[in-house]
Design a protein around this ligand. Structure first.
Ligand code: GRF
Length: 226
């Protein structure tokens, strides 16, 4: 029998629309993920996701990064996260590179989602670049954060086949749908104690993940390798 455990306090950091934050919050509210969103923090006041988070009753905070030197911004961010009681942080469209010191302080508790099949297409404009290169596959990746931009151990990838009629906006919509599935799924595995980081190795159910979990558009989840 499962013993009821307290939901894991989770903070979500955003810079924009916040659709991933909303998908995570919904999964928590519906009991699909054993976490509680204790703070939604934006690095800019015009992040639309802040209003959306407030409108569903989540605690929100804006820390204007542009007004502050990076060290000062990160010090305030760290204080806000500590004060919220967060034990896990999900970067969700958070457009800021965090310092090595900040990342080290949250080692193993800091996640990011990126709209490509990493390690391919790090950085911005991934949908446009994937189309320009006539790729046949695209997707999104959830990974632990290291100081390397869009680097860090991979946990899960949502994967799609690019069709002849796909455009930047159709890919953006399809990738977002995948993201809204895989990010809550990964957070759920962490909250259930099934997924951890040991050094730079991702462990699922105590065994190293030989390759990131693969999720297709129809929702099938696959674990490959040993
Ligand atoms: C997502 O595509 C995510 O992969 C990337 O930024 C986008 C954020 O979208 N890091 P949203 O703000 O969650 O809607």
């Amino acid at each position: 029998m499962n013993s009821p455990t307290a939901p894991l306090p989770l903070a979500v950091l955003i810079s924009g629309r916040g659709s991933n934050m909303l998908a995570i919050a919904r999964a928590c509210a519906e009991g699909r993920v054993a976490a509680r969103v204790v703070s939604v923090i934006a690095d800019r006041a015009d992040a639309a996701g802040i209003q959306a988070a407030a409108s569903i009753g989540l605690p929100t905070q804006v820390l204007e990064a542009r007004a502050l030197p990076r060290a000062e911004f990160e010090a305030r961010l760290g204080q806000a996260l500590e004060a919220s009681g967060a034990q896990l942080i999900a970067l969700a469209g958070f457009m800021r590179i965090l310092s090595a010191a900040f990342v080290a302080a949250w080692d193993g508790r800091l996640l990011n989602i990126h709209p490509s099949l990493l390690p391919h297409y790090r950085g911005l404009d991934t949908h446009r670049r994937v189309l320009a290169a006539a790729e046949r596959e695209h997707g999104a990746s959830v990974h632990y954060v290291t100081e390397q931009l869009d680097g860090g151990p991979l946990i899960c990838q949502g994967r799609l086949s690019i069709g002849a009629g796909d455009t930047e906006s159709s890919l953006a919509a399809r990738v977002h749908r995948l993201e809204h599935r895989i990010y809550p799924m990964v957070i759920g595995l962490i909250c259930a104690g099934r997924l951890t980081l040991s050094g730079s190795t991702v462990l699922l159910d105590g065994r190293p993940l030989a390759a990131p979990l693969q999720v297709s558009e129809d929702g099938a989840v696959e674990r490959t390798g040993a």
